[in-house]
Design a protein around this ligand. Structure first.
Ligand code: PHE
Length: 369
């Protein structure tokens, strides 16, 4: 009994004291809380089922009635007060948290979006595609040939034998002779040395060697010339070769096809052209096609050098020696051929003053197309 009474008295005082300590510590810690999750954890530490206050309430049950009522009601009051204090703090934190998120993640939905930069086609590609589509609509099909050619295809079969003065028309990049690679690339050892093709005309030969007339083909592609560069000359540029072979092809046919092509390419229905006599060993007769200057309408300007005409392409009726070189029966076939300088066409169409801009990699230039 004595021990019991002593214990009771001791526990009563101690417990009220404990409750005060719990309250103090809880309020102190709560005041410093700035984080919702940490506050929830703290709440459980004090008010949870295994929290400090619940342990006290359990111990209070063992006290004699008087003391139990006194400490019990004090503990319950504290529990309610602390619960209210925690809830208030949590509500505050949630509110400020929401506000700071709003502040941080605020976006102006009326602002215009950021444009994703998109690539686009090079002006040379645009015009090549345009040109191809026009010829396709007239029954021509696109074929291709290699950029590394042999002397035979680039010259001999086109009626330009070695030592022919006409070879000077094409300043050539010859490849360093390498017996092995030469053997693997050319059809026979008689194909001669390797070079970078100086025009797309060798594609005529390659096609005719493997196909019988009648046919209509175009061959767009890159060509190379060993020349000094300036505003109108590049060591590499693009041509579009054309070839039509049948039994009765005439210059009139050629004139119609090429005029139709140019009118549609430049979107000018009354565009005028003229044929001027010229010389290429693989055609007879040969001519140059001029277009009435689309810049000044023949009034005379710097682009047409006051002449009113712009030189557009070399052309002519296929030479019988070329038909013979590919194994056709001579006199059986007729045809026209032409070679358009694509870069020139693009320069005229978009009024570009310098051919070197095409491969300058200058985005200020490229972005205009
Ligand atoms: N291949 C010639 C050149 O590059 C152009 C041409 C092609 C001329 C077809 C006549 C016929 O200069």
């Amino acid at each position: 009994m004595f021990a019991g009474r002593l214990r009771v008295r001791y526990n009563d005082e101690i417990m009220l004291d404990e409750l005060k300590k719990i309250e103090q510590s809880a309020r102190e810690k709560l005041a410093n809380m700035g984080d919702i999750d940490a506050t929830e954890v703290l709440k459980i530490q004090f008010l949870g089922r295994k929290g400090a206050l619940s342990l006290m309430l359990r111990a209070i049950k063992n006290l004699p009635e008087q003391e139990r009522i006194k400490t019990g009601s004090a503990a319950n009051r504290l529990r309610q007060e602390l619960e209210a204090a925690f809830d208030k703090k949590l509500a505050e934190l949630k509110k400020t948290n929401h506000e700071s998120v709003l502040q941080r993640e605020w976006i102006d939905v009326t602002r215009p979006g950021v444009k994703t930069p998109r690539g686009h086609l090079h002006p040379l590609t645009l015009v090549r595609r345009d040109a191809e589509a026009i010829f396709h609509s007239m029954g021509f099909v696109t074929v291709e040939g290699p950029e590394v050619e042999s002397e035979r295809y680039n010259f001999d079969a086109l009626n330009i034998p070695a030592n022919h003065p006409a070879r000077d028309m094409w300043d050539t990049f010859w490849l360093r002779s390498n017996q092995k690679s030469q053997k693997s690339k050319v059809k026979s050892q008689n194909d001669g040395r390797l070079l970078l093709r100086t025009h797309t005309s060798p594609v005529q030969i390659r096609y005719m060697e493997t196909h019988e007339p009648p046919f209509r083909i175009i061959a767009p592609g890159r060509v190379f010339r060993y020349e000094a560069t300036d505003a109108s000359h590049e060591i590499q540029f693009y041509q579009l070769e054309g070839l039509m072979v049948d039994r009765h092809v005439s210059i009139a046919n050629f004139k119609f096809v090429i005029q139709e092509f140019l009118r549609r390419l430049f979107r000018k229905q009354n565009l005028e052209i003229r044929l001027r006599p010229s010389y290429f060993p693989f055609v007879e007769p040969g001519f140059e096609v001029d277009v009435a200057c689309i810049v000044c309408n023949q009034k005379g300007c710097s682009v047409c050098k006051r002449s009113g005409w712009l030189e557009m392409m070399g052309a002519g009726m296929v030479h019988q020696k070329v038909f013979a070189a590919v194994g056709y029966v001579p006199a059986e076939w007729t045809g026209f051929a032409f070679g358009i300088g694509l870069d020139r066409v693009v320069m005229m169409k978009y009024n570009i003053p310098d051919i070197r801009l095409f491969h300058s990699g200058d985005l200020r230039f490229l972005k205009q197309f």
